[in-house]
Design a protein around this ligand. Structure first.
Ligand SMILES: Nc1ncnc2c1ncn2[C@@H]1O[C@H](COP(=O)(O)OP(=O)(O)OP(=O)(O)O)[C@@H](O)[C@H]1O
Length: 301
């Protein structure tokens, strides 16, 4: 459904997307994750046909998205940012406008209902909350019954209940054949939705595979421990960081500690016992893989 070869985008000196290859089969849900500025949005814009890459070949459903724009618009849905809508337009106005582009666009009231927007139909889009705007942009992306949708930061700003509704809705549509390419900073979302995921760092994929494969291959051996409520304890952090075979990553008010073998784990346990700190062992997760790979790559350059 999506075939990209050697896609490269430069902004002056910055290589935002660097010779990226990506294949997405019909009916797959594929996620692109990576740090801020990694090139995710730029890559998606190229695939959507909204940006011309400096090099590379792109086909979506066999179509070159920049050449055959009419056919592209019929097969692909794109989640748009709120600034792309006419000023002062209501939810209904925007839906009617978009519905006019598609043969069976008249079904939009059902979509608004599914995404909890029926009671906001008369509101100006600009006056919706951030989460409501996000739900509207998703509804509009699905309005033309596309074969493939591009969702950039799918559920950013949504409350947990709204996020669940959207996950279920996308799953249902995926069962009916919809292909989905999404970006997200939300690892639970990626693990819940995606068949495959690519980790993009500085414009290159540093790892690809199913979430389970990535965890198996890249989480590495060793133990992971979470220390609660100690991130501000700089002395503890320094002491743990100084131990051989131990790495420490702050996560909010917590510290994620990795001990690479039994010896380093013993050294960590020693420090924690001296200070009377309890640790919670963690199973390896996609977030660990993500943090490890994106950190390694950031330090290499
Ligand atoms: N219009 C532009 N002009 C110049 N540089 C740009 C432009 N758009 C993006 N960049 C740069 O290209 C790089 C990739 O940006 P991009 O928005 O694609 O990253 P991203 O992975 O989507 O980030 P985020 O997670 O923060 O949304 C960044 O270094 C960014 O500063």
């Amino acid at each position: 459904m999506i075939e990209a070869r050697g896609v490269t985008v430069r902004y002056g000196e910055v290589v935002a997307v660097d010779r990226v290859d990506l294949t997405v089969d019909k009916g797959e849900i594929v996620g692109v994750i990576g740090p801020n500025g990694a090139g995710k949005t730029t890559l998606l814009e190229c695939l959507e046909g909204l940006r011309r890459p400096d090099a590379g070949e792109i086909r979506v459903g066999g179509i070159d998205p920049r050449v055959d724009r009419d056919r592209m618009a019929r097969i692909a849905g794109v989640q748009l940012q709120h600034s792309a809508y006419p000023p002062r337009a209501s939810v209904d106005d925007v839906c009617r406008l978009f519905a006019g582009f598609y043969p069976d666009g008249a079904g939009y009231p059902e979509l608004l209902e599914q995404f909890g927007l029926t009671s906001h139909r008369r509101k100006q889009v600009a006056k919706l909350s951030g989460g409501q705007q996000q739900r509207l942009s998703l509804a509009l992306a699905l309005l033309g019954r596309p074969d493939v949708v591009f969702l950039d930061e799918l559920t950013t700003g949504l409350d947990p209940a709204a996020r669940r509704v959207i996950w279920e809705e996308l799953r249902r549509r995926n069962n009916d054949g919809l292909t989905i390419l999404l970006t997200s900073h939300h690892m639970e979302e990626i693990e819940y939705l995606c068949d495959r995921v690519g980790i993009l760092v500085k414009g290159r994929f540093v790892a690809t595979g199913s979430p389970a494969e990535l965890v198996r291959e890249h989480a590495g051996g060793g133990d992971r421990l979470m220390l609660e409520g100690v991130a501000a304890d700089t002395a503890l952090r320094a002491e743990l960081t100084a131990l051989a075979g131990v790495s420490v990553t702050p996560a909010g008010n917590r510290l994620l500690v990795r001990a690479e073998d039994a010896g380093s784990r013993e050294r960590v346990d020693g420090v924690l016992a001296d200070r009377g700190i309890a640790a919670r062992p963690l199973a390896a997760s996609l977030e660990d893989v993500y943090l490890t790979l994106s950190e390694e790559q950031t330090h290499v350059h």
